[in-house]
Design a protein around this ligand. Structure first.
Ligand SMILES: N[C@@H](CCC(=O)N[C@@H](CS)C(=O)NCC(=O)O)C(=O)O
Length: 211
């Protein structure tokens, strides 16, 4: 049995989507950011970073969204969130999963949380530098998809498409939203057409960027 500690539209989204794709039973626990519940002593006991997601697996809590995707894919091979171990596509799957969580995750974090760097708002040059990093990552992914899409691994959907689409959604109010790149939009449309996406939006109460 799984319990996912989540906040709507946040980094927990990819784990929520993966659980829906798998069809395994799970329970959702909303972490109320308005009340700073992520920093409560009870929550810090299961996630010392004070962030979502946390996924409790058979009583044991784990954090980091991409790691949770890897864990779920491994525990449920029948859901085909990852290609078979040892295959060429599996190598590409690791590469892109780590790329998103490494090249985009921390930059988005800095974009949305200037307080991590000790300020209420970034100075314009920092904002521009972060925006450029995010846009160059999207340009790279778009080039890859133009040549090898429509999914991150080609013809077939995999869990890394969920991760990509979560990160794309976060750009929706940025100066250059990811959907402006044609191959990114095609991937987002494919993922947003999946039943898991609609269900996740319904449950998390998300109305923007549904389809
Ligand atoms: N690297 C982490 C980042 C998690 C993260 O930054 N979560 C945000 C929501 S997207 C959060 O919990 N924010 C609340 C806070 O930091 O107070 C992951 O991918 O799981």
């Amino acid at each position: 049995m799984y319990t996912l500690f989540y906040s709507p539209g946040s980094a927990s989204m990819v784990v929520h989507l993966a659980l829906l794709e798998i069809g395994a039973p799970f329970r959702l626990e909303k972490v109320d950011f308005d009340r700073d519940a992520q920093r409560s002593p009870e929550y810090l006991r299961i996630n010392p970073r004070g962030q979502v997601p946390t996924l409790v697996i058979d009583g044991q809590p784990y954090f980091e969204s991409a790691a949770l995707l890897l864990i779920l894919a491994e525990r449920h091979p029948e859901a085909r969130l990852a290609p078979p171990p040892g295959s060429e596509l599996r190598a590409a799957w690791y590469q892109w999963t780590v790329f998103f969580t490494n090249a985009l995750g921390p930059v988005y974090r800095q974009w949305f949380y200037p307080s991590d760097l000790g300020s209420a708002e970034h100075p314009p040059q920092v904002r521009d530098a972060l925006r450029e990093k995010i846009e160059s990552a999207w340009a790279l992914v778009d080039t890859h998809l133009q040549a090898h899409g429509p999914h991150m691994l080609g013809a077939s959907f995999s869990g890394v498409d969920l991760l990509a689409t979560m990160y794309m959604r976060w750009s929706r109010n940025m100066p250059r939203p990811a959907l402006e790149w044609p191959a990114l939009r095609r991937l987002a449309d494919l993922v947003r057409a999946r039943p898991s996406w609609g269900r996740m939006c319904d449950v998390e109460g998300l109305t923007e960027w549904r389809s």
